[in-house]
Write a protein that binds this ligand. Structure first.
Ligand code: ZN
Length: 279
C-alpha cells in the first residue's frame, strides 16, 4: 500500500488515483498526514478494505512529504563501505555515526530547492524508514514490525558548514530549508519483493551519479532500529535517513557541487522518484 500527502491531506495512492482518507472514512481518521502514524495498525486495517469508488487525480506537483512533521529525525552517517571510503573515513563497526536533520528542512518529492550562497551543496540519496509502532529497546528480529513504511529521501548537505573546523555542524549543514526531501509517498514493506535489497540512486541533469543497493548497508534497517531504540524510544511517525552509497560530490576528483539550474532525480526501486531543481 502507498500512503501519501497531497496538498496537506492524507491520501491512499492507488494505480488509478487517490483516496482522500478523511472523506472516505467519514471522519474516522483525520486528514493530517503526520497524525496517522499514532493510529497506524487501525488505519492500515481500515485502508486495506476501504472502498475505492471515489478516487481523485494524482497531482505530483502537490505532493508533500508523507511525514511532514516528525517528532524526531535520525540520520546515519557512513553506512555504506564505498561511501565511507570516498569520504576518507574508516567504515564504522560497532556503532554508526548518528545526527539529526531538523524538521523545518523537510519538503516533498518535487519542486525547487534554494542553494545557500557560497556553499558547497552536495547530494545523498537515501532509503528513509518511518516508524509505525513505538519502538523502545526492540530486538533486531522484531524491528521490521515497528516500521510503517519506506520512502525515498535526499540528505542534501552543505559541506562547508557540515565540515567546519574545529566544530563540524552535521545537523545544521544538512538542515537548510528544503534539504530533506522525502517522498513521493510511503510504501508499506509488504509491498516490496525484498525490503532488504532495493536499488537506489540519483542523477544530475540525466547523468547518473549514485547507483547502489540497500543490501550494501553496513547497518540494516532492523539493526538501526535496534541500536537507536536501545538508547531512546522511537515514536510513530519518526524518520530514519539510513545513509548514502558512493557517488556524492565530496568524494569526486575534482569535487562537484550542485549548481543553479541543476535537476536532481533520485529513485528507489519499488518506491518511486524525487525530482528537484536547484536555484
Ligand atoms: Zn546522509
Amino acid at each position: 500500500m502507498k500512503i501519501g500527502n497531497q496538498s496537506g491531506r492524507l491520501v491512499v495512492v492507488t494505480d488509478t488515483g487517490l483516496l482522500d482518507v478523511e472523506r472516505a472514512s467519514e471522519g474516522r481518521f483525520s486528514s493530517d498526514p503526520q497524525a496517522i502514524y499514532d493510529r497506524w495498525p487501525d488505519f492500515l486495517a481500515w485502508a486495506r478494505s476501504a472502498p475505492l469508488d471515489e478516487l481523485s487525480p494524482l497531482d505530483t506537483a502537490k505532493l508533500g512529504a508523507p511525514t511532514p512533521s516528525p517528532s524526531q529525525i535520525f540520520a546515519i552517517g557512513l553506512n555504506y563501505r564505498d561511501h565511507a571510503a570516498e569520504s576518507g573515513f574508516d567504515a564504522p563497526d560497532a556503532q554508526p555515526p548518528v545526527f539529526t536533520k531538523f524538521a523545518s528542512s523537510i519538503t516533498g518529492a518535487y519542486g525547487e530547492i534554494e542553494l545557500p550562497p557560497g556553499g558547497h551543496t552536495d547530494w545523498e540519496v537515501e532509503l528513509v524508514a518511518v516508524i509505525g509502532l513505538r519502538a523502545y529497546q526492540v530486538a533486531e528480529q522484531r524491528a521490521w514490525d515497528h516500521v510503517a513504511g519506506l520512502s525515498v529521501g535526499q540528505d542534501i548537505s552543505e559541506r562547508i558548514l557540515q565540515m567546519a573546523s574545529p566544530s563540524p555542524q552535521f545537523s545544521l549543514g544538512k538542515s537548510y530549508p528544503g534539504f530533506s526531501p522525502i517522498g513521493p509517498w510511503l510504501v508499506t514493506p509488504d509491498e516490496l519483493e525484498n525490503r532488504d535489497s532495493l536499488r537506489l540512486g540519483c542523477s544530475i541533469n540525466g547523468e547518473t551519479v549514485q547507483d547502489g543497493s540497500t543490501r550494501q548497508l553496513i547497518f540494516s534497517v532492523p539493526q538501526l532500529i535496534a541500536k537507536l531504540s536501545a538508547v531512546l524510544p522511537l515514536s510513530p511517525g519518526d524518520v530514519i535517513f539510513t545513509g548514502t552509497p558512493a557517488g556524492v560530490g565530496l568524494g569526486r576528483t575534482p569535487q562537484r557541487w550542485l549548481q543553479p539550474g541543476d535537476e536532481l532525480v533520485s529513485f528507489i526501486e519499488g518506491i518511486g522518484e524525487l525530482r528537484h531543481r536547484f536555484i
